[in-house]
Design a protein around this ligand. Structure first.
Ligand SMILES: *Cc1c(COP(=O)(O)O)cnc(C)c1O
Length: 398
């Protein structure tokens, strides 16, 4: 692509052939190129009216009756079942509620309790998003285990008969690297350890295959590629065959077998429900439920194919538009190692991102020198990609 008009022509062709292109109209978007859906997904167009109905009619008119009549009480497991097909899980294994941080805590302590007393070590992805590392450290202290941070590539060698559980990220939040979930899960199992995965940067962008690959526990947030809205509740997956052994460290009354029995003694509910804690945050939860409607008729395989085409095209356009040597991609070139974002290392990245945003290209900056661009296949097109790379070239040249 030596001729700079060529990427624009290629973008036109790719957009014309894109079967997912019509999905963009399901979202509220403007002239900005929005490449931050890996941090906060865009607003689906029908959500405001649905939220208004929840507030005005369900809360305003029906009041307490809505716990039953509007399905509020069962929302955590109902919405979990709607997320399930997006992450390759059969129904009855996911509950929605609390933040990702809180669910990491539940999953890790639950995993250590399943693993048994003779396993005294907890492995955590050393490159993880900080909250996972902080919570893992506290979970280790509380359960009397030693926390060992290791890079995902070192996990197979670090696993041993001492390992209780491993907490890994499916996609690295900084570099966009996709880790080998099937192989790392199998390695954990071969060592007799419990495999816990954080899906924050993969769910909604690529196939996960939780059931197929025998993942034990998983958590993820819903405000990134699932477009659930700021602070939308996260989710917890507990594999069906482990549910009876899942002993939650936060056994709130919502996870009781008989929550309205108001009994002094605790008895965990059967199934995924034991991952619940307290009263669900209904307003955000039902905004999320409405947001999930955009997935109707959408295949995750098609989303993955478009995501790879978008990130490939972005890397090509960056090569065409950005003078050589000014940026370096931290995102693997190999498809099987790439999530749905591209991270470019560049000097003064914070300043560069501010100038990009001022020119209508929204990505984000990660300390100290990373420009992060997230590609949400449901609403990002190839012309957006071409424009983003072109503006980046202009900003860096100027
Ligand atoms: C986004 C993200 C989180 C967010 O956690 P919250 O509790 O929702 O703030 C956690 N872990 C990872 C890997 C993330 O990417």
């Amino acid at each position: 692509m030596s001729d700079t008009t060529e990427p624009a022509a290629a973008a036109k062709r790719l957009d014309a052939a894109d079967e997912l292109a019509p999905l963009r109209s399901r979202f509220v978007l403007d002239d900005v190129v929005y490449l931050d859906g890996n941090s906060l997904g865009a607003l689906p167009a029908h959500v405001p009216d649905r939220v208004a109905d929840v507030v005005r009619r369900q809360w305003g008119d029906l009041r307490i009756r809505s716990w039953d009549e509007s399905g509020w009480w069962t929302a955590p497991e109902r919405i979990g079942d709607r997320i399930a097909p997006l992450v390759g899980a059969a129904a009855g294994q996911i509950v929605v509620g609390d933040s990702t941080s809180v669910n990491v805590f539940k999953a890790l302590v639950g995993a250590v309790r399943m693993a048994g007393d003779d396993r005294d070590e907890l492995l955590v992805d050393a490159t993880t998003f900080p909250t996972d590392g902080y919570i893992a450290r506290s979970a280790a202290r509380l359960t009397g285990r030693t926390l060992r941070p290791v890079s995902p590539a070192e996990v197979p060698a670090a696993l041993s008969a001492r390992t209780a559980a491993v907490l890994l990220n499916h996609v690295d939040y900084r570099t966009g690297r996709l880790h080998d979930l099937p192989a790392l899960t199998a390695a954990a199992h071969a060592a007799g350890a419990v495999a816990v995965w954080d899906l924050c940067h993969s769910a909604g962008a690529l196939p996960v295959g939780l059931d197929e690959h025998g993942v034990d526990l998983a958590v993820g947030c819903t405000y990134k590629y699932l477009n659930g809205g700021p602070g939308a509740p996260a989710y917890l997956y507990v594999r069906r065959s482990l549910q009876d052994r899942f002993d939650s460290p936060l056994p709130g009354w919502n996870s009781h077998a008989e929550p309205f029995g108001m009994r002094p003694d605790y008895e965990a509910a059967p199934g995924a429900l034991r991952g619940r804690v307290g009263t669900p945050d209904i307003l955000s939860m039902l905004a999320l439920e409405a947001a999930l409607d955009v997935w109707e008729g959408v295949s995750v395989a098609a989303v993955r194919a478009k995501s790879l085409a978008l990130t490939d095209f972005f890397l090509e356009c960056v090569t065409a538009y950005v003078p050589q040597g000014l940026v370096e991609s931290l995102t693997p070139a190999a498809h099987e190692e790439r999530g749905s974002q591209v991270a470019l290392r560049c000097p003064a990245a914070g300043d560069v991102m501010e100038r990009l945003i001022a020119r209508g290209v929204v990505g984000d900056f990660r300390h100290p020198d990373v420009l992060r661009f997230g590609f949400t296949p449901l609403y990002v097109g190839f012309a957006d990609v071409e424009r983003a790379a072109r503006v980046l070239g202009e900003v860096l040249a100027g």
